[in-house]
Design a protein. Structure first.
Ligand SMILES: [Zn+2]
Length: 329
């Protein structure tokens, strides 16, 4: 005689657990139950028939009505335990269709507020761990000023921390980023090479002549954002000859993180890329710059497609499902 796996499986619900109530793991093993199933039975029998949780009668009735199987009850328990009030959430979830469990649970589970913190953990193998989580600017300033990191990349963080901690190397002075906002009429003069008569005030309150601005930009000291009368950043393609190195910084005015919809890598890890290739007539201006991290830039070369719609918003094309808006939209 063949027994149907499906029928057999469906037969087991919250009431089946009653038959293992009070059993120990060893007893279950002796009865020929494998350890994975034994863990499941023990856990659920305890919840539904042994512990006498508040509202467990209601949970059982609801689970019975939905005829939830044991694996679904396990999922419900996992979700319920994430709540401050697992007994209440259990009742709700037992009365919920399996496919809706996560969605319903999410409404009742309050995520802890993110806190800035540092924690230290000690590894058994002697490898200890320091984890710092912070949304405050000092952390990236500190990391970026570590020896080796200031002019290299984040791979140098470990060695940089070590050298700094041993007192062999001080921190580099925080990079001072001169930021100049250049209005359009001034830009027109700069383009014409008329740099002597121009004076522009930088964000640190100091004044610069057009000549000084150009010199600093060429040395990569600062960045300039060209704005129209409404303070909106505008094109700079005719300044390409001055700004090839500053092109990326110019884009910082509008694209601070990797523009891939699912990426959050910060600006200093990004590469400027032409949305429409330079060779295909794409101009070097803000409208045509897409800031991507190295990974997403590579994926773009491998065939990922980003495009701009008629309203100027960037999108990422997807093979399946609707296209996703890029981060900065
Ligand atoms: Zn990215």
């Amino acid at each position: 005689m063949t027994t149907s796996l499906i029928d057999d499986y469906k037969r087991h619900n919250v009431d089946s657990l009653k038959s293992v109530r009070g059993m120990t793991r060893t007893q279950l093993w002796d009865a020929g139950i494998n350890d994975i199933d034994a863990s499941l039975f023990l856990r659920l029998a305890k919840v539904y028939w042994e512990s006498g949780h508040a509202r467990i009668d209601e949970a059982r009735a609801a689970a019975r009505a939905r005829n939830h199987g044991l694996r679904v009850l396990e999922k419900i328990e996992n979700l319920a335990q994430k709540s401050d009030r697992p007994n209440d959430l259990r009742v709700i979830l037992c009365g919920t269709f399996e496919g809706e469990l996560e969605k319903v649970a999410a409404k009742h589970i309050t995520k802890p507020k993110p806190v800035n913190e540092a924690s230290v953990a000690f590894g058994k193998d002697g490898r200890n761990r320091l984890i710092v989580r912070s949304d405050e600017g000092w952390l990236m300033d500190f990391i970026n000023s570590l020896p080796g990191v200031d002019d290299g990349g984040l791979e140098a963080v470990y060695e940089g921390l070590k050298q700094h901690a041993r007192g062999k190397m001080g921190l580099a002075a925080p990079r001072k980023m001169l930021h100049i906002i250049v209005p359009l009429p001034v830009m027109a003069q700069l383009i014409q090479g008329n740099t002597e008569d121009i004076k522009v005030r930088a964000l640190d309150g100091t004044w610069r002549t057009g000549e000084e601005i150009m010199a600093e930009l060429l040395e990569g000291i600062g960045l300039a954002t060209f704005v129209n009368a409404r303070n909106k950043p505008v094109k700079q393609y005719r300044l390409q000859r001055y700004f090839s190195a500053a092109q990326k910084e110019l884009a910082a005015a509008v694209q601070h993180v990797c523009q891939d919809p699912e990426c959050h890598r910060p600006f200093n890890l990004l590469q400027a890329d032409h949305l429409v290739a330079w060779s295909k007539g794409g101009e070097t201006n803000i409208d045509n710059i897409l800031m991507l991290c190295e990974y997403h830039n590579m994926k773009k070369r491998d065939g990922d497609v980003y495009y701009k719609d008629a309203e100027g918003r960037f999108w990422k094309r997807r093979k399946f499902g609707p296209d996703l808006p890029c981060t900065n939209n």
